[in-house]
Design a protein around this ligand. Sequence first.
Ligand code: HEC
Length: 125
Amino acid sequence: MKKLAILTLAAAAFGGLSLASVTQEAHAKAQCNGTTKPCPLQKWMRDNVGTPMASGDLVAVAQGIEKIQAFGGPAMKDWTMMAKKTIDDAKANKTDDVKADCKMCHDAYKDAYKNNTTLRNRSLP
Ligand code: HEC
């Protein structure tokens, strides 16, 4: 467990280097595991939604979610609706509503997404 945490930290620290990025991309194509090999949407969410959300950049959050609004699995009927609500609230600068929107989709679909190996290993569009 401790080893994993250190590896994850090291990966995060070196993530900015281009060589590491290339390696990470190659890894994303192999089976990801959500820890030492983050999965495509997981890594993408961290970089494009989690980071701007943490710094209060709701414009970037809206732009990020726009890119994944049709990225749910076939059984995830409300994915697009939830993504659209997140985009609307981010554009309206409603931070608390956006936070609730993130949670709504995560509660509804995060586990299902993570447990579906085919979905989880897809590259982003
Ligand atoms: C339409 C659905 C949806 C919305 C809306 C959404 N997410 Fe996600 N998010 C997911 C799914 C599914 C995953 C799991 C991906 C995986 O682990 O493969 C995820 C994963 C993440 C992760 C990665 C967590 C980890 O394991 O490191 C972060 C960070 C994240 N989301 C942040 C956000 C934030 C912040 C918002 C709101 C601004 C948001 N998400 C809105 C579906 C969504």
